[in-house]
Design a protein around this ligand. Structure first.
Ligand SMILES: O=P(O)(O)OC[C@@H](O)[C@@H](O)c1c[nH]c2ccccc12
Length: 263
């Protein structure tokens, strides 16, 4: 299965994000853009998030640029603990230098649990989506801050692979691009990836705006959630929340997951 996306200029991405993106562009510079033959079972990720009540996507995150080392998690054991605590999907970082991720982390999570897995990475090349499907993911992250209007082309590739796409936005302009591209799962990141600053008011603001624009798909609030109280403003607004650091660094992943989900 061939892929054709026009080349994207990633050189304008600023700050911390720009540095990581430049490395990923290098990593995949010579990669084969062919989409391969592996097809994922479509719709699993979105369906898990659409269930009644606030769905949790718990993240296997061993390190981050803002925290440094978080915890030396065994990805499969961490995913099982998250599911035991009530998570409905697992996000797995596969970026190696800043987030301690790896292909094996995603492969082992995908075979350890029945709930859908998300490939969390800085997607800058079609090969990264082929890999996501091959490694067992049900979905991949597509960041508007990285892809800009090319996010529409990448959405098309995820559809051909049977993957769901979590299209991530951080401001009004990025939200418009996601809506225009026809995203049906939109994540609002409270963290500004250029400065790494968290502002928990970003998700409620952009989720209200998306609904106001008639968006009927799935909305996910992302980053910076530590306590049930932190979830108060998105509980009735979002379909799902994506939580990494506070769970991954807790020492008791199932207990921390349960506690976060108990209002
Ligand atoms: O660890 P936190 O603050 O709970 O955040 C999780 C997740 O939202 C965050 O890891 C994330 C959101 N979007 C990203 C894009 C790339 C890398 C990481 C991310």
């Amino acid at each position: 299965m061939t892929s054709s996306v026009p080349p994207t200029d990633f050189s304008q991405v600023p700050g911390v994000l720009g540095r990581i993106v430049a490395e990923r562009v290098q990593d995949y510079a010579g990669a084969d853009p062919d989409l391969g033959t592996v097809q994922s079972l479509p719709g699993r990720f979105g369906a898990a998030l659409r269930r009644p009540g606030l769905s949790l996507i718990a993240e296997v995150k061993r390190a981050s640029p803002s925290q440094g080392a978080i915890a030396p998690l065994d990805p499969a054991a961490a995913a099982r603990a998250y599911v035991a605590g009530g998570a409905r999907a697992i996000s797995v970082l596969t970026e190696p230098r800043h987030f301690g991720g790896s292909p094996e982390a995603l492969r082992s999570v995908a075979s350890a649990v029945e709930v859908p897995a998300l490939r969390k990475d800085f997607v800058v090349h079609p090969a990264m989506l082929r890999e996501a499907a091959e490694w067992g993911a049900a979905a991949a992250l597509l960041m508007v801050s990285v892809l800009g209007e090319a996010v529409g082309d990448y959405l098309g590739l995820t559809q051909r692979l049977g993957l769901d796409a979590l299209v991530e936005v951080h401001d009004e302009r990025e939200l418009e691009i996601a809506l225009e591209a026809g995203a049906d799962i939109i994540g609002v990141n409270n963290r500004d990836l250029r400065t790494l600053e968290i502002d928990l008011s970003v998700s409620p603001r952009l989720i209200r705006r998306a609904r106001g624009r008639g968006f009927a798909g799935v909305l996910v609030a992302e980053s910076g959630y530590r306590t049930p109280k932190d979830l108060a403003d998105v509980r009735e607004l979002a379909d799902a929340v994506l939580v990494g650091t506070s769970l991954a660094g807790s020492g008791d992943l199932a207990g921390a997951t349960r506690a976060l989900l108990t209002p």
